[in-house]
Design a protein around this ligand. Structure first.
Ligand code: COA
Length: 382
């Protein structure tokens, strides 16, 4: 490595690779200064308002929107894919009841690979099949993890229902209202992909070794679970519950900032203006508040937003308003990150397909800053 390259890469590493372009992709683009998010050329605002999650999944995997016949075919493949081997449910039953659901999901996906004889077939055709299968199975696994930890049996999906409806149905045992199903479907669209975020980059690094789609996805779930990434949404709701009342917001947030604590759901590594996903989720939080007849969580969120903008100039990200939206849908707090995965599985697999199609092992260098030529002394002489 030249000194110049070494200097650049050291600077890049110190800033968490911010702004470093590590490869080409058509899957999605984040335009940070304009607050734009694009999936395969389509603006997220158009997709959130007019599309549906299954259509978006097809788009991410195939670089174009489906025809009606193609969408029907995908829906029927998804409907055939919800089932998971009962042995995987057994693995989940053996985990402690208080295990974090995102860890349960990661373990279940790892187990799933052992029951898929095609897992090592990385051909385009098979990898697409695995992507479709995992997309349906993620809904089953996350819903089942909630039931299993409460001593209940998993519920079979409804025939002819989309993933949003089926997830809520398998979670709660009753069909969601059309309103909630539609709103949840839009939430899935908004979380489906986000360029080279930490979990997607992880998935590509794993896929770059020509490991299986399952292995790449397991790595991605691990990266997603951290509080600086997908783990933020659960912490947002914990914070709102901790604040308790709108009147407490000002003091709480200011104190958190004095203590240099990060307010979860604010700031972003790329967006320097409003995160376009937050625009929709803010509206969803308001709608859910009006539906349940109590806008307290929405009002409190708006107040936090106002104080954070005034005090730090920071905008809310995707995790901020999704928290109160899911809370008002009656979803347990620790399922918010797994729900992120129920959507993001489509983006992860789209990137894995792209990686396999033009693969090069991802292997950066480190700037070694340790000592050299240290004399070795046997253990009894140290
Ligand atoms: C997302 C995140 C990791 C982006 O990080 P980043 O762009 O590298 O920004 P940094 O963490 O370096 O923070 C830059 C400055 O803004 C502050 N800041 C950033 N996010 C903040 C937050 N959520 N609350 C309070 N201060 C924050 C930092 O304290 C730092 O201030 P300083 O310069 O006075 O030390 C960061 O904003 C964060 O941790 N947010 C909370 C977690 C979250 O919501 N994650 C979900 C992301 S979609």
């Amino acid at each position: 490595m030249t000194d110049k390259a070494k200097e650049t890469s050291t600077a890049a590493a110190a800033t968490g690779l911010r702004g470093v372009v590590v490869g080409a992709s058509t899957v999605s683009d984040v335009v940070g200064d304009k607050g734009e998010l694009i999936y395969q050329g389509y603006n997220i605002h158009d997709l959130a308002k007019q599309s549906n999650f299954e259509e978006v999944a097809f788009l991410l995997w195939n670089k174009r929107l489906p025809t009606q016949a193609e969408l029907d075919e995908l829906n029927s493949l998804l409907a055939d894919s919800y089932a998971v081997p009962k042995e995987v449910f057994d693995v989940m039953r053996h985990l402690p009841r208080d295990a974090d659901p995102i860890d349960v999901l990661r373990t279940a996906v790892s187990a799933l690979e052992s029951y898929d004889a095609t897992a090592r077939d990385l051909s385009v055709g098979n990898s697409r099949k695995v992507a479709i299968k995992l997309t349906a199975q993620f809904a089953t696994l996350v819903a089942a993890s909630e039931r299993i930890r409460n001593g209940k049996d998993p519920i079979d999906p409804l025939p002819n229902a989309n993933i949003a409806t089926n997830f809520l149905y398998m979670l709660k045992g009753e069909k969601p209202s059309d309103h909630d199903a539609k709103l949840f479907d839009a939430c899935l669209i908004l979380h489906a992909d986000h360029e080279l975020n930490a979990s997607t980059f992880t998935a590509r690094v794993v896929a770059g070794t020509l490991a299986s789609v399952y292995a790449a996805v397991v790595g991605a779930i691990g990266a997603l679970s951290g509080p600086l990434h997908g783990g933020a949404n659960t912490n947002v709701m914990k914070t709102l519950l901790d604040i308790g009342e709108v009147d407490n917001v000002e003091t709480y947030v200011k104190q958190a900032l004095i203590e240099k604590r990060k307010m979860m759901g604010f700031g972003h590594a790329v967006y320097k203006t409003e995160d376009p996903r937050a625009t929709h989720l803010r509206q969803f939080s308001k709608e859910m508040g009006e539906r349940v007849g109590d806008t307290k969580w929405y009002d409190m969120s708006r107040k936090v937003e106002e104080v954070m903008m005034r005090e730090k100039g920071l905008y809310p990200n995707v995790d901020f308003f999704s928290a109160s939206t899911y809370y008002m849908m009656g979803i347990p707090l620790d399922l918010y990150t797994p729900i992120f995965a129920v959507s993001r599985i489509t983006g992860w697999t789209a990137h894995v397909l792209e990686q396999y199609a033009d693969n090069k092992l991802i292997r950066p260098r480190a700037d070694y800053v340790g000592p050299r030529n240290v004399p070795y002394f046997p253990i009894d002489q140290r």
